[in-house]
Write a protein that binds this ligand. Sequence first.
Ligand SMILES: [Zn+2]
Length: 370
Amino acid sequence: MRHGYPPVWLSAALLALALMWRMVGAPLTGPQLEDIQTPLWQARVLLPTRVARILRLWLPGSQEAQAQTIREEAMGEEGQALDRLMNGEERRMISVYLADEGRVAQMELESYVCGVVAAEMPAAYHLEALKAQAVAARTRAVWQVENGGCALHAGADICTDSAHCQGYATPAQCRELWGEAYTAYRDRVLEAVAATRDELVTYGGQPITVMYHAISGGRTEAAQTVFSEALPYLVSVESAGEEGAPGFQQDAYFTFDEMAALVDEAFGLNLTAQEVERTLAVAGYTDTGRVAAMLVGDMEVEATAFRQALGLRSTWFTLSMDGSGVTFHQRGYGHGVGMSQAGANSMAADGADYRAILTHYYPGVAVEKR
Ligand SMILES: [Zn+2]
């Protein structure tokens, strides 16, 4: 045997191993790996997983285990924790357009609901409020699946744009949002989702059109005043105990110059600051006391459009003017239709369970597994 050359069988074995290595591909995409720069370190971290994968792939009866591993990786840590809570039973999938990443991802429904609850409601809220939010988020998702999906993104049942479909936070975003409280908050969200598994808000046996918002301001708004469509379960109800919520009342100030620029842009007007100062007024109120329409120049605009143009927190406001601008004294946060999250938290603090919360904010509905 010559020195300095490996035997043929060893070369062949190494080549085969290298080929298998490439075939199996990169098994980990976890955020911790992004920090590891050197190939040596990467190999050291990747080696055990890759070897385990190769073994799973080639050992008899391993196809199921293989599929399970791929699914868990796709679902991430939250999905795995959820899996343990739910004993790994068969569950529904949903296609989600991830607005931040510009792509559609296939997700397990309950895992998706966890991300919505995390994004849409403070995780420090009472558990029964989080459960109500989980059922509302799931109902919206199933409604979307059964009603043609997201209108903005073909091929997706729902998108993560909170202004269009529903907000959604990835595990990485949750870590950033919650910091040191991450594990505690994640477990609360998981518990809320697992405890309400498969439950939907229904009316006449069908999932309802779900609306919810952060703070109503003391009374919710009927759907037809905001979305021009009346629904029997989206009517105005009292929402007590919100006063302590941060941002229950908040002022917003605009100079007349700023106002003129914003309304001119939004409504195709050509008003000066002086004309805005002279003409700006409330043109009408809804039954709940919110502003229904505003006068600006000689134009009457809907309060919802006006709110959007100025980025106001709600349409429940009064205004006061001084020599240079206008202050909006705003009440509540959001469109005001359906469940108030701050109100749900207040009900939960008073001992209401999630079913009582949901049937209060959506009168006449049922909460059922479907
Ligand atoms: Zn959408």
